[in-house]
Write a protein of this length. Structure first.
Length: 113
């Protein structure tokens, strides 16, 4: 019976073929909204420079590394300074959403205190 399982494994491994991912960067089809965010790692604040599109408004949401929403900033401007004094040290993710709620940009930053 053991030989049967070994032969079956060899046959299955040889007949199934896995496709690998395409090499090289993925095509950039979406417009990135955040031009840059700094300083990273942050200490008490972080600055987001936004590439604003005409007739669009963006919302910045900052999440803890555990996925809890810790800051929600509606109606962002071109240059936004976000106070992080009330947050604890750690890794945070951010999402920038458009008017329809679609995520247009996201990233990760570290907070050191």
């Amino acid at each position: 019976m053991r030989i049967f399982y070994i032969l079956l494994s060899i046959i299955l491994l040889n007949t199934t073929r896995a496709e690998c991912q395409a090499k090289g960067p993925l095509p950039d089809t979406d417009h990135k909204v955040v031009k840059k965010f700094y300083p990273n790692p942050a200490v008490s604040y972080i600055i987001f420079d936004i590439d604003m599109q005409p007739n669009e408004s963006y919302r910045l949401q900052i999440y803890s590394f555990l996925g809890k929403l810790v800051k929600d900033i509606p109606n962002m401007a071109d240059h936004n300074t976000v106070n992080l004094a009330d947050l604890t040290r750690g890794l945070y993710t951010f999402q920038v959403r458009d008017q329809s709620g679609r995520i247009t940009d996201s990233g990760l930053f570290q907070l050191n205190k």
